[in-house]
Each structure stands twice: as structure tokens, then as C-alpha cells.
Write a protein that binds this ligand. Structure first.
Ligand code: GDD
Ligand code: MG
Length: 351
């Protein structure tokens, strides 16, 4: 089976992290975001993943691909646009890579969603319903920033699909995970096209679009607040599914994931809902909760970080406080006793 991951967005809502790293490679739970998806696809029997990219520097992605093709024994190829083709155009561009003589359906994933990826169940669902296209859906409190899916009462058949509705039409939303028959490609022209606005409504009107309700948690982690919420959900799910991966100890509260190369000093209080990346040094007396500390960060004595993201190779000074949805980019230096209360911080140039 084949799969395509849409990785071409600009990631503007996750700046400054995406100023130095393409969004799909930003770490989440100590792994690049798309690695969660590639691993799930592999587990579901996918043998080739196409990464649909547009403006990204292929070199950064290329190094990632080289490393993980070997590690995961899966073929990963690129399909690069010369101009952004939206969420459907890239499928037309990659047509030859997605279709083979087997005529099997293929997966399409948005690169910034996180969940438990029940992809084998999705294959069953797709077959049972004889669907042309299946999409996963989940319930959210504020559906206005997503694609809303309305199903026929008592069935899984999609009646209508409304992208970013202005008025309330329902609270079941498109989770960004699709299984499509090759015939869907005949509906897509090679130009900038939105699968949500132009293709799904058409398939729904022909009664060939089906929605599977996603079990477990789901989050679009493409903005800082949602990234932090998604991390809490992800750690909760790790607690249920693989609790041995979580840290334990007197200084740990709740769900905390610590890379084994990180060094944590005495008298720290860490958790709940914290991820600490490889090569980090956390000095004594530090307080961390609801936060991500990416690779090679140094947090000095008695600093406190909460509900925030600390980008790679940054340093946080003694007694400093980084709180309330603050995102530090790569190589940021927070001075001793400095306070950041929400907002983004980038590296000072020319020092
Ligand atoms: N290759 C390529 N080219 N990829 C693109 C392009 C493009 O021109 N534009 C967007 N993408 C990728 C993004 O990288 C992302 O993985 C995916 O397509 C969706 O784009 P977003 O910009 O993240 O869309 P969204 O979050 O506003 O809405 C989408 O996701 C929601 C779920 O998170 C829609 O699919 C909604 O219907 C859905 O509910
Ligand atoms: Mg998104």
C-alpha cells in the first residue's frame, strides 16, 4: 500500500520553530512530527510514503528521509511542487507514485495532526462501506477552524462537507486522515485545488464519501496552544499504552517523557505533561510543567517553565520564568531572572 503526506504548508502559526525547521520535522514527543505518521503507516502495511512538499529546502528533508528509510525499512520519496498546489493538487502531481496495477486505495495525511492512527480499522471501514473515499472525523468544541462533516442520520455516509464554516453546521470535523480509491485522482486536475472545498463536497454529493469516527484523542498541533494541549493528550495515551516509556522518580509528577541522554539536577520538580529532549541539561531546583524542552537545551538553576515550548539549543538563565504559551525559537538566550509571559522569542542576531 502507498501513502502521501501533505507537508507543504508554511507553518507560519508555529513560528519561530518553523523559521529554522520545516514544520513536519519539528519535534513532538521527542520525535519529528511526521515520524509519528510514518511509523503508523508502516505498522498498517504501507511500503511507500510520498512526501508532498513545495517550498521547503529539500536538503533538510532529504537527510531525514535517508536516516529513516534505513531505520524503518520503508521507501520514502518526494513529490515537489513548483508552486503550491493546495491539499488536492499534490495528489494529481504524485499520481504515478500512488497508483499501481493492484488498484488498492492509498492513505493521505495532513502532516500536523496527532492521534493514535487506527489505520488498520480504517482499511476495514473503507472496505465494509464500499467507499470511494473515507475520512476520519472527531468531535471538537470549536469546529469553526476545521472542515465540518455532516453524516446521514444513523449511517457513516457523508451528507455534506463544509470547510471552515461561518455558521454552526455540526461538531464532527475532518481529522485530516483519508483513505482514497485511485478513482479519486480522476476528479483532481493538476492545478491548485483544495480537497476540502472542491473534491470532498463532490464525492459526498454522489454519496460515496464515508466518515469513520476516530477513537481516542486527536489534535491539530500546528499552533503553540494546541501543540501543548496535544502533548498532554499524547502523554496520557502513552500512560495507557506504553507507560514504561514515561519517567519515574521523586521529582516527577504525572506524565513526563525524558530522553535518556538528558541530565536532571537535584531538587527539581518536573511535571505533569513535560517532554525533555536529548542532550538537555536541567540544573538543580528547576520547575517544569506543561512544557516541551527540545534537544540540547540548558536550563539553569531555579528557572521555571510552564505551558511553553523551548526550542533547540536554547539557554534559560537562573531564576528566569518562561510561562503562559511562550515559544522560544532555536539558539535563544534567556538572561538570568528574565521573565517571558506569552509570545514568541527569536535568537538575537549579531551577538
Ligand atoms: N504539498 C502541499 N502543498 N501541502 C500543503 C499545501 C500545499 O500547497 N497547503 C497545505 N498543505 C498541507 C499542510 O502542510 C498540512 O499538512 C495540510 O496540508 C493541511 O493544511 P493546514 O494549513 O494545516 O490546514 P488546516 O489545519 O487549516 O485545515 C486542514 O486540517 C484540518 C484538521 O487539522 C483541513 O483539512 C481541515 O478540513 C481539517 O479539519
Ligand atoms: Mg493544520
Amino acid at each position: 500500500m502507498k501513502a502521501l503526506i501533505l507537508v507543504g504548508g508554511f507553518g507560519t502559526r508555529l513560528r519561530p520553530l518553523t523559521l529554522t525547521m520545516p514544520k513536519p520535522l519539528v519535534d513532538f514527543g521527542n520525535k519529528p512530527m511526521i515520524l509519528h505518521q510514518i511509523m503508523a503507516l508502516k505498522a498498517a502495511g504501507v511500503t511507500e510514503v510520498v512526501l508532498a512538499i513545495n517550498h521547503q529546502q529539500p536538503e533538510v528533508m532529504l537527510n531525514f528521509v535517508k536516516e529513516y528509510e534505513k531505520k524503518l525499512e520503508i521507501k520514502i520519496t518526494f513529490s515537489q511542487e513548483t508552486e503550491p498546489l493546495g491539499t488536492a493538487g499534490p495528489l494529481a502531481l504524485a499520481r504515478d507514485k500512488l497508483v499501481d496495477e493492484s488498484g488498492q486505495p492509498f492513505f493521505v495525511l495532513n502532516s500536523d495532526v496527532i492521534c493514535e492512527y487506527p489505520l488498520l480499522e480504517m482499511i476495514e471501514f473503507h472496505k465494509t462501506n464500499c467507499a470511494e473515499a473515507s475520512i476520519m472525523v472527531t468531535k471538537v468544541d470549536d469546529p469553526s477552524k476545521y472542515g465540518v462533516v455532516v453524516t446521514e442520520e444513523g449511517t457513516a455516509r457523508v451528507e455534506s462537507f463544509v470547510e471552515k464554516p461561518e455558521h454552526f453546521v455540526g461538531n464532527k470535523i475532518n481529522a485530516g486522515i483519508y483513505l482514497l480509491n485511485p478513482s479519486v485522482l480522476d476528479r483532481i486536475e493538476l492545478r491548485r485545488t483544495s480537497i476540502e472545498k472542491e473534491i470532498f463536497p463532490k464525492i459526498a454529493s454522489e454519496k460515496k464519501l464515508y466518515a469513520m469516527v476516530l477513537p481516542g484523542f486527536w489534535m491539530d498541533i500546528g499552533q503553540p496552544k494546541d501543540y501543548i494541549t496535544g502533548q498532554r493528550m499524547y502523554l496520557n495515551s502513552l500512560r495507557e499504552k506504553a507507560s514504561q516509556e514515561l519517567a519515574t522518580g521523586n521529582n516527577i509528577i504525572g506524565n513526563v517523557l525524558v530522553d535518556k541522554s538528558a541530565v536532571i539536577g537535584d531538587g527539581c520538580l518536573i511535571g505533569p505533561d513535560v517532554v525533555i529532549g536529548s542532550g538537555c541539561v536541567i540544573d538543580s531546583g528547576v520547575r517544569l510543567f506543561g512544557c516541551t524542552v527540545m534537544r540540547s537545551v540548558w536550563i539553569k538553576e531555579h528557572a521555571c517553565i510552564s505551558n511553553s515550548i523551548v526550542g533547540w539549543d536554547s539557554t534559560v538563565g537562573k531564576w528566569a520564568r518562561v510561562v503562559n504559551i511562550t515559544v522560544l525559537g532555536k539558539y535563544v538566550n534567556v538572561a538570568d531572572a528574565e521573565v517571558y509571559n506569552s509570545g514568541v522569542v527569536i535568537e538575537e542576531q549579531g551577538l
